[in-house]
Design a protein around this ligand. Structure first.
Ligand SMILES: NC(=O)c1ccc[n+]([C@@H]2O[C@H](COP(=O)([O-])OP(=O)(O)OC[C@H]3O[C@@H](n4cnc5c(N)ncnc54)[C@H](O)[C@@H]3O)[C@@H](O)[C@H]2O)c1
Length: 380
């Protein structure tokens, strides 16, 4: 019998569902050293929490996260609630000796993120942040190809994350579902919400970012606040664009917006190296586009690799070659990798400290947009 890993899930929204699904599926598809148990789900509304618990198979519910953090029945606290809750819950969970998994970004500002990192490190508890896109098999394959030196020297990194759901001026800000528009809850707009993903992937694939110069814009200046009914200024960045220099000498452009009409969640990156280039697109996430200059001239061109074979990352654990997987599997992979690392007693990437590096870059981006100068991210 495998030892049980009792999970306390904080939040049952979008991410509460992806994480619950991940912990349920992971042991069916991966051979794990522990058996994850959906023990307690926590949200403030008891009826809704109970309905979620029944649907997803949680053994019990809580309406105050402190109960879950203090419970001797819980081994792992998984923070899937809005950004203003991350700091307090993570620090309390670490002090209580719990394993801590947290959604991105770590905190609303570098101060919160640093305190969260210090807390898990002081307590010596395993920790990880859910930058799930790394675990898309095509993105993991891109990492392998880069690490094998197939691209050679990297010249360019180009990435966007485009959405269009906040264009209407009638959309309110704040409250359930719309907390992302209220900077007191979210910390920032698209910089921390979307670009954090691009930055995490970019630094994983291409190394450290040394300096950035940015511009941000808030297109709709005031909106009705859902909780008060009053029209108040919007203080998030609706769009954020920046240039960056990596330590390896490559140059980058990053862009995120919620005002790109026609785009729902278009996350793409392209990397141009001396020997080869790579392109990836979230809307076609099971494909990796690859151009190899070493190919025979008359056959040289972009290849579209369908990432479904047993020798592609994670794919031998799924179906048969040719059958693809999707978005939710990135979370299943992350849960499986984390539980395997727990068994091996090794850190699982990205740790809080690695995620802190991403928060330092988003902080430098926001500082640069204000100062209109190049800014250096603090080093971890
Ligand atoms: N990794 C990703 O791709 C990804 C995608 C979306 C969101 N996120 C991150 O996940 C987190 C949650 O986002 P979401 O989209 O799931 O939000 P959501 O609004 O869908 O769900 C948030 C949940 O938290 C609960 N909640 C709020 N305050 C709480 C409290 N004090 N105690 C307990 N529960 C509380 C809400 O009831 C709700 O169930 C955010 O930090 C966000 O940045 C990450």
């Amino acid at each position: 019998m495998k030892k049980k890993l009792n999970i306390g899930m904080i939040g049952y929204g979008f991410m509460g569902r992806t994480h619950s699904n991940a912990f349920s599926k992971a042991p069916h598809f991966f051979d794990l050293p522990y058996e994850p148990v959906l023990k307690t789900v926590c949200a403030r509304n008891a009826d809704k929490a109970q309905a979620f618990a029944s649907q997803w198979g949680y053994e019990n519910i809580a309406t105050d996260w402190r109960e879950v953090v203090e419970s001797p029945d819980i081994d792992l606290i998984d923070i899937a609630s809005p950004n203003d809750t991350h700091y307090e819950i993570a620090v309390a969970a670490a002090k209580a000796g719990k394993i801590v998994m947290c959604e991105k970004p770590l905190g609303r500002n570098p101060g919160e993120s640093e305190a969260m990192t210090a807390a898990v490190e002081a307590a010596g508890v395993p920790n990880m942040v859910w930058y799930n896109y790394r675990r898309t098999p095509a993105v993991t394959l891109a990492k392998q190809l880069i690490d094998e030196g197939r691209l050679g020297r990297i010249f360019h990194y180009r990435t966007v994350f485009l959405q269009d759901w906040t264009i209407s001026a009638d959309l309110p800000q704040g409250g359930a579902g719309l907390w992302r528009l209220d900077s007191s809850v979210s910390g920032s707009g698209v910089t921390g919400d979307l670009l954090a993903h691009n930055i995490d992937t970019a630094m994983w694939l291409n190394g450290q970012i040394d300096e950035v110069t940015a511009m941000t814009e808030t297109f709709i200046k005031s909106r009705t606040h859902t909780l008060t009914g009053e029209v108040t200024p919007v203080t998030i960045d609706d769009a954020s664009l920046f240039l960056a220099r990596f330590s390896n000498g490559s140059l980058a452009t990053f862009e995120a917006t919620r005002y790109a009409r026609g785009h729902k969640a278009l996350y793409t990156f392209e990397i141009n190296g001396e020997k080869a280039s790579i392109k990836w697109d979230l809307h076609d996430l099971h494909r990796l586009e690859y151009f190899d200059y070493a190919d025979e001239g008359k056959l040289r061109g972009w290849k579209s690799i369908h990432i479904t074979d047993g020798d592609h990352p994670y794919m031998k654990n799924w179906w048969v070659p040719g059958l693809q997987i999707g978005y939710e599997h990135t979370f299943v992979h992350q849960a499986a990798d984390f539980i395997n690392a727990l068994g091996a007693g090794t850190p699982a990437s990205p740790t809080f400290r690695e995620a802190l590096a991403t928060d330092y870059v988003t902080d430098a981006v926001l500082r640069s947009a204000k100062s209109r100068q190049w800014e250096q991210p603090k080093k971890v």
